[in-house]
Design a protein around this ligand. Structure first.
Ligand code: ADP
Ligand code: MG
Length: 687
């Protein structure tokens, strides 16, 4: 039960003055559905303006507040021409206040000829003219101009304006209660941090480092605590020691010898699984390093010990691919492998559920459907999670609750995660590294081209196809995870390529019906289709060794780690492979730098580090979060700096008051609910 003190913060945004259905939409789009979300919608940056009394002392492009007397209105001659209001400063310099479109109505009202006004905005030079385009504020003398010298700038969505959103946030902050202190006293004193309520207010007013750090620390502390509570609960439940006799593994008939790194990782997994304490191990290995075989061995150990294993994939397509390849590999061992996704219905689904219950299925591969309440296992003892960073923390932790005993968990990722982030996502965990690619892999040549070279590229592609090769064509990422624009882009590209290549082209994207997606993937995997047009859904895991060309459109929109993952789809066979990064007309300097880096290196670890640096650094206030962290307040920089402390703080609290019953424990419960890490609190009940 959420503590009552938080009720005002968890009220819906509609309870605020002025929020109706019309305003709710743009708020929802930003994920701001409750008062709490508005309070935590921290400014992306602040504009700081200088108060001046004449334009002579102002530099080009400076943000100012200036006192002006209106002299003349010059309406646009055509509807599209700008509307200009001329005004003089104290020295007689003439400035133009320039308005486009409907904004001119406001200008007419706010700036009567002969009156004096304070005007805030950016001073620019347009030919010989000094001008401010669309002033941020126009205030009558005696108004609150001076307060506005420093103003927050918020991330908006269509249908919202800065003043509108700022007004709502101010209302939300007005409802924020005093909350009990959950940070350890000496920790707070050391940093001289404000109380929660002060901090959340200050963070909206100006660039208060302390306030922001405190808020970030709260989030990191909440997460650390939640993880520890769940871990403590898991430990109480214990795991099953699993010792395999090698009977299944010895019948494997792999077409290649294992690499040294694979052997080492398998040995580490084997020794973990033999313990009663549940394994929690992360297997890091670059794309193509061969993680699947390691997963298979772990699952066969489980089967040898008379238990079941599950492999969880982030998408339907990947689940299917894993299922196919694992079934093929496991065939000679006699282990029975099944597939279960949200799409399976009716009798086939019933049969699978039955098999899981009576133990006639040894290994199940699927999407999160395999952990739904209705799915019961005879004895699930091992869980492998592929591409773990795509799952939310909560989802991962829920896995641990299937079965009476805590399962052994092996998480696999191709994205090298810095230790601070693994700490954030899992708490303590062990890491195995596949730092050695299978022998014989060829370097992939990466080329960066402007979109205007598309025609030449298609000819090149035709030549490859004529030689029997296959290719991927990834469409621009307009939104994360297949929004309507992404699909429109993919469909348009597919239509264009279909004209040239006919039925040699297939397409997959998130909105296609499951069977169509499967059919397309199958045709491509079999080699019947030569060209696969896709949104980013193929990002991870797809394995077609005959594919030698990867084209990525508007590559500048992708993160480095993601580009690297996509590139890793080719270069899996014996043929020379290429990756073509197409980019739009204008490229920012950072974008150029990133694409250059892609050309220069194929080292996934290096790219991931650079990706973090380029995304984390340079952002004002560090408000931009990494998509790979479970945090919405803490920036990468803050995570690096504050997480270890928050983690220690949490551990100390757990040692003193593991049931969260003392005064600080109570406060910590409030914190867990505030950040919706209350699945941690739930483990306390009845324990
Ligand atoms: P990832 O780590 O990206 O999941 P996979 O497990 O899909 O990599 O393996 C990529 C490809 O490498 C597969 O075709 C697999 O059969 C092959 N492979 C795995 N291990 C080896 C090895 N030791 N030697 C040669 N090929 C291997
Ligand atoms: Mg894989």
């Amino acid at each position: 039960m959420r503590p009552d003190i938080l009720n005002p913060l968890f009220a819906e945004t509609e309870t605020l003055d002025g929020v109706g259905p019309k305003l709710k939409k743009p708020l929802d789009r930003l994920g701001l559905t409750r008062v709490r979300d508005l309070a935590y919608h921290l400014p992306e940056r602040f504009v700081t303006r200088r108060a001046v009394d004449n334009a002579d002392e102002v530099g080009e492009g400076e943000q100012i507040v200036i006192r002006l007397t209106v002299t003349e209105h010059r309406g646009g001659r055509s509807p599209r021409a700008p509307y200009r209001v001329l005004a003089q400063d104290t020295l007689g310099n003439v400035l133009a206040l320039t308005y486009f479109g409907r904004a001119s109505y406001t200008a007419k009202k706010q700036l009567p000829v002969g009156e004096t006004r304070w005007v805030a905005g950016k001073l620019e030079r347009f030919g010989d003219m000094l001008q401010i385009v669309h002033p941020d504020h126009v205030v009558e003398e005696g108004g609150d101009t001076l307060q506005r010298l420093c103003e927050p700038v918020y991330r908006l969505s269509e249908g919202l304006t800065q003043p509108r959103l700022a007004g709502l946030i101010a209302q939300a902050l007005g409802k924020a209660p005093e909350l009990p202190e959950w940070i350890e006293g000496s920790q707070r004193a050391k940093h001289d941090w404000p109380s929660w309520r002060e901090a959340i207010g200050q963070a909206h007013k100006a660039d208060h480092r302390d306030a922001r750090d405190r808020l970030a620390y709260d989030e990191l502390l909440a997460n650390s605590l939640a993880l520890m509570l769940v871990r403590a609960d898991n430990r109480k439940r214990k795991g099953q020691p699993l010792k395999g006799d090698g009977s299944y593994r010895s019948r494997l008939d792999l077409p290649f010898p294992l690499t040294g790194a694979q052997k080492r990782s398998i040995a580490e997994v084997e020794s973990d699984m033999a313990q009663e304490a549940p394994m929690l191990r992360l297997l890091q290995g670059d794309v193509g390093a061969g993680k699947t075989v390691v997963a298979l061995q772990a699952m066969l150990i489980a089967v040898e010990a008379g238990t079941q294993a599950a492999l969880l994939a982030p998408t339907e397509i990947l689940a299917r691919q894993h299922f196919e390849s694992l079934r093929r590999m496991a065939e000679p061992t006699g282990a029975r492998v099944a597939l279960l996704t949200g799409r399976d219905k009716g009798r086939a689904r019933e049969a699978t559920l039955m098999g899981l219950l009576d133990g006639s299925i040894d290994i199940v591969v699927g999407t999160h459907a395999i952990f739904q309440d209705k799915v019961a296992y005879r004895n699930l003892a091992t869980v492998v999670i592929d591409e773990q960073h795509r799952f939310g923390v909560g989802q991962r932790l829920m896995l641990a609750s299937k079965g009476k005993r805590a399962p052994h968990v092996l998480a696999m990722t191709a994205t090298p995660i810095p230790r601070t982030l693994t700490l954030a996502q899992y708490g303590e965990l062990d890491v195995s590294k596949l730092d050695e690619l299978p022998p014989g892999r060829q370097a992939i040549d990466t080329v960066v081209l402007g979109q205007d070279k598309l025609g030449a590229l298609v000819e090149r592609l035709a030549a490859q196809v004529a030689e029997g090769r296959q290719a991927y064509w990834v469409c621009p990422m307009v939104r994360e995870m297949d929004g309507p624009e992404d699909i429109a882009a993919a469909e348009a590209r597919y239509a264009a390529l279909h004209e040239r290549f006919g039925d040699d082209v297939v397409m997959v994207h998130g909105q296609l019906a499951g069977e169509l997606k499967d059919a397309a993937m199958e045709r491509f995997a079999r080699g019947d289709a030569k060209l696969l047009v896709a949104t980013t859904v193929i990002e991870v895991g797809v394995d077609v060794p005959n594919a030698t060309l990867m084209v990525i459109e508007q590559a500048e929109r992708f993160g480095l780690a993601q580009l690297h993952q996509l590139r890793g789809r080719v270069g899996r066979g014996s043929q020379k492979s290429f990756c073509v990064l197409l980019h739009g007309e204008t490229l920012s300097e950072t974008a150029q730098e990133r694409l250059k880096l892609m050309r220069q290196t194929q080292d996934g670890f290096l790219l991931a580090e650079e990706d973090l640096r380029l995304r984390g650094g340079g952002e004002l206030l560090g408000t931009r979060q990494s998509g790979d962290t479970p945090f919405t307040v803490a920036s990468l920089e803050q995570i690096t700096e504050l997480l270890p402390k928050a983690y220690d703080d949490a551990r100390l609290l757990m040692e003193r008051d593991g049931g969260l019953e003392g005064k600080r424990g109570e406060a910590a419960r409030v914190l867990l609910y505030l950040f919706e890490r209350d699945f941690g609190v739930k483990t306390l009940r009845g324990g």
